[in-house]
Design a protein around this ligand. Structure first.
Ligand SMILES: *Cc1c(COP(=O)(O)O)cnc(C)c1O
Length: 466
């Protein structure tokens, strides 16, 4: 399996190279050269598999010869062994033909663990094979940082520096990052906003001499490895509800368009998916596109569902590339104009094509709280704010004959304030995290100053004798 850049000016890579590279050199995103295909019979043969077995089969179609299949199976089994639920991705029925697939039973209680737990192990395997070491830097508004730290905390082959905005993440989110005391983990609270953190990460990648000096790498959701690791749960849920002999639909609470791109990938592979619904909060660039062909950047306003507070949905570029019949020149041009003008010009023909697969809905914070309350009253289900937006979207777009599945992206205990306000109930943290508030924290507070941040990355590398 080979990977090409959506902008057509970077070398074609195999899976492990694309994994370590993250972003392509030309600013594009790596995407498989061709989509692996499964026939109806091949889907039927997957029906009896456990989640890790299914995951290894599906992800194996993307890793090709890079990772031997028995190794991949072993890594998948390890990745999901620490989950708090025996089913790993349990399917819960809320209403007739309306289901929730819970993706939050991993160590940090958000769906990011589904991919990140495997990514940590894949990085270690590939780096140990190549005898290479790298250093990961990333910015987080909460969930990505904790999932990455949890997944990479025991690696001998890499260090992880995560920047979070000082005082602007929830306490649960901060503690999940800062109570991991491994020597290869470096937490920095930046005196600034999430955008400042992201700008500092971009500045480190743009600083060529620093980038080469420290072998920089990234694990944000533009990494194809993360998308690949998110495809299996869509197939697993669909098989449980009758696919491939019956269509299913999915709703995905989305920010960076990563998770829903994985669902769309499953459709490309042959899974009979009827519609894919994008669920947004008031930062609604994606739903504005789907409903009105309006892909214009507006300022980010904080919401009850902070993991979807995003201005630009990076992974959309992969869909665009495909809508353009893989014309990389045109894709590059549209993306460059988008950066310049803050608005993406998408021909109506392509927009209509996108609308055949995607629906969208955006909810305000007030509406979100009402949905949380109604879900609890109607089905005794406690949904976190991200999932609640998904449930409302699923209710709007479901049809009589096709099962609709919303993916639940965070555990309700991650957002205690919103849950308390909406239902009067304070959902308890799972046992594994019950002592989170008593654990010792370690992080440094630094100004948004590139030199100081780079020196901190150098210090953690030195400490680990790389
Ligand atoms: C990251 C995240 C999302 C958004 O996922 P994308 O892949 O960026 O679309 C939604 N909900 C939660 C809880 C998240 O952590």
């Amino acid at each position: 399996m080979r990977y090409v850049s959506t902008r057509g000016q970077a070398p074609t890579l195999n899976f492990s190279q694309a994994l370590l590279a993250g972003l392509a050199e030309d600013g594009g995103l790596y995407i498989p050269q061709t989509w692996p295909q499964l026939s109806a019979d091949e889907f039927r043969q997957l029906r009896g598999l456990s989640y890790p077995e299914l995951a290894a089969k599906i992800i194996g179609l993307f890793t090709g010869n890079d990772i031997p299949q028995p190794v991949l199976l072993d890594l998948c089994q390890q990745s999901y062994a620490g989950f708090n639920h025996k089913a790993i991705v349990p399917l819960i029925q809320l209403e007739h033909n309306l289901f929730v697939q819970e993706l939050f039973h991993g160590p940090t209680l958000a769906f990011k663990d589904m991919a990140m737990q495997l990514l940590g192990r894949l990085f270690d395997y590939v780096l140990s094979q190549k005898g290479q070491r790298i250093n990961i830097v990333g910015a987080t508004s909460g969930d990505t940082g904790s999932a990455a730290i949890e997944a990479f905390k025991d690696s001998k082959y890499l260090t992880v520096t995560i920047l979070h905005p000082y005082g602007r993440t929830s306490e649960v989110q901060r503690r999940q990052m800062t109570t991991v005391l491994s020597s290869n983990i470096n937490n920095i609270a930046v005196e600034g906003s999430f955008d400042d953190c992201q700008d500092l990460v971009k500045a480190m990648f743009a600083d060529a001499s620093f980038r080469d000096e420290v072998q920089l790498s990234a694990v944000n959701s533009i990494n194809w490895g993360r998308i690949a690791a998110q495809v299996p749960y869509y197939i697993y849920a669909a098989l449980a509800l009758g696919a491939p002999d019956r269509e299913v639909s999915f709703t995905v609470p989305t920010g960076n368009f990563g998770n829903i791109l994985a669902a769309w990938t499953a459709k490309k592979m042959g899974l009979p998916i009827n519609v894919l619904c994008v669920a947004s909060n008031h930062n609604d660039i994606l739903t504005r596109f789907i409903l009105n062909n309006d892909m214009s950047i507006q300022g980010v306003k904080p919401s009850l569902s902070p993991s979807m507070d995003i201005q630009i949905s990076s992974n959309f570029e992969r869909l665009l590339f495909e809508l353009l019949n893989r014309d990389a020149n045109q894709c590059r041009q549209i993306m460059q104009d988008f950066r310049k003008n803050g608005k993406m010009d998408i021909p109506d023909l392509l927009w209509n094509k996108a609308k055949e697969s995607f629906k969208g809905l955006a909810l305000s914070d007030e509406e979100t709280k009402t949905v949380i309350q109604n879900c609890y009253n109607d089905s005794l289900y406690l949904a976190d704010p991200h999932t609640a937006i998904g449930i409302a979207t699923a209710q709007k777009y479901r049809s009589k004959d096709v099962p609709m599945i919303t993916v639940a992206t965070a555990h309700p205990a991650k957002f205690p304030d919103a849950l308390k306000q909406a239902t009067g109930i304070l959902p308890p943290l799972p046992l594994a995290l019950a002592d989170l508030y008593d654990r010792k924290e370690n992080y440094q507070i630094l100004p948004a100053d590139l030199q100081k941040i780079e020196n901190s990355v150098r210090a953690v590398i030195l400490k680990n004798n790389f």
